[in-house]
Design a protein around this ligand. Structure first.
Ligand code: GTP
Ligand code: MG
Length: 199
C-alpha cells in the first residue's frame, strides 16, 4: 500500500468546544493528541510540508482550540485535527479541566475518527496524564498509534534505546511506536502509510 499522498491542504476551521466540532462536515478524521509542547503542531506542519500551517510555539498551551485541517488526496479527503495540549501547568485549573473534558468528548464521540496519534516526547518518561490518555484510548477502544517525538535529540542508536524504554514503560512493544522528528522529517512516511490504511 502507498502512503496517503497529499494534493492540497488547507486550514478549515477552529472549534472552541467539542459541540462546535459536530457542525463540521463529516470526513475521515485523524487526531493528534499529547501534552502541551510535545510537538503536535510541528508534526502537522512536517506531515503536510507546510512551514506554518499549524501554530508552533515555544510557549506551551498555544493551541487551545480544536483545529481542523483538510487534506485532499488524489482519491479522497480527510481531516487532521490538532487538539489542545493537556497538562499545561500555567493554565487555570478550570481551563485545564475543560480541555481534558473537551478532548475526551471529542475522542469518544466523533464517529468519523479513524485513528488517534498520541504524541510522547522520546526523551521523557510518560507523565500521569500521558498514561491517563493511553488508558482512556484503550478502554474506549479507540484505534491509536503512539508517536515518539523529537527523535533528533538522540543519535540513531540512542533513539532505539529510548523507544524501547518508552515502550516498556507503557506496556507496549517498539512496534506500537512510530519514531518521529519534525526537524529532520523522520517518521513522515510511516505516519502517512498508517493514514492510508483507513482511506
Ligand atoms: P501546544 O500547542 O502548546 O499543545 O504544543 P505543541 O504540541 O503543538 O508543540 P509545538 O509543535 O508548538 O512545539 C513545541 C516546541 O517543541 C517548539 O519549540 C518546537 O520547535 C519544538 N519541537 C517540536 N517538534 C520538534 C522536533 O521534532 N525536534 C525538536 N528538536 N524540537 C521540536
Ligand atoms: Mg500546538
Amino acid at each position: 500500500m502507498d502512503e496517503f499522498k497529499i494534493k492540497n491542504v488547507s486550514f478549515l476551521k477552529s472549534c472552541g468546544t467539542y459541540a462546535q466540532s459536530l457542525e463540521v462536515p463529516p470526513l475521515p478524521s485523524f487526531a493528534f493528541v499529547g501534552r502541551s509542547n510535545v510537538g503536535k503542531s510541528s508534526l502537522l506542519n512536517m506531515l503536510t510540508n507546510r512551514k506554518s500551517l499549524a501554530n508552533v510555539s515555544k510557549t506551551p498551551g498555544r493551541t487551545r482550540l480544536i483545529n481542523y485541517f483538510q487534506l485532499d488526496g488524489y482519491e479522497n479527503s480527510i481531516y487532521f485535527v490538532d487538539l489542545p495540549g493537556y497538562g499545561y501547568a500555567a493554565a487555570s485549573k478550570k481551563i485545564q479541566g475543560g480541555w481534558d473534558e473537551e478532548i475526551s468528548n471529542f475522542l469518544a464521540q466523533t464517529a468519523t475518527l479513524k485513528q488517534v496519534f498520541l504524541l510522547l516526547d522520546i526523551r521523557h518518561a510518560p507523565s500521569a496524564l500521558d498514561i491517563a490518555a493511553l488508558h482512556f484510548l484503550q478502554s474506549s477502544e479507540i484505534p491509536f498509534t503512539i508517536i515518539a517525538t523529537k527523535a533528533d535529540k538522540f543519535s540513531k542508536s540512542g533513539a532505539h534505546g529510548a523507544v524501547a524504554k518508552l515502550a516498556s514503560s507503557l506496556g507496549l512493544t517498539k512496534n506500537d511506536i512510530i519514531v518521529s522528528s519534525s526537524e529532520k522529517g523522520i517518521g513522515r512516511t510511516d505516519i502517512l502509510l498508517k493514514v492510508a490504511t483507513y482511506c
